[in-house]
Design a protein around this ligand. Sequence first.
Ligand SMILES: [Zn+2]
Length: 129
Amino acid sequence: MSNHLSTAELAELRAQLEAKRTHLQQQIGALRTAEGANTPPEDEPSTDAPEDSGEQSVDMQAQDTERAVEADMRAQLVAVTHALAKFDTGAYGLCERCGKPIPLARLRRVPEARYDIEHQAEAEAKGRA
Ligand SMILES: [Zn+2]
């Protein structure tokens, strides 16, 4: 499994991702609490908590914003978890589209990056169409 990243760089990026994952889990937990969901605040380490969709409650606009933020954080959490899984397969740091190494500078900025810049732009264009 060849990789352009050194062991130390991989460890650094992995630590970044793990910190980010923890942070996101806490943020999502805090949001859920603020939302008044009856889930316990801190002590909920699982990321697969069931979504309580379809609740019709007051403050729709605030909720929409919170949901958008939460959805964004959940998407990030999925991306971070996905990236962490790639350390085990040796695929971390490689573009999932073309297999080219993603530059270290980019990984430091976006450690959960799945694509190199070329294919990231493509993926985003499709995702937002
Ligand atoms: Zn690519």
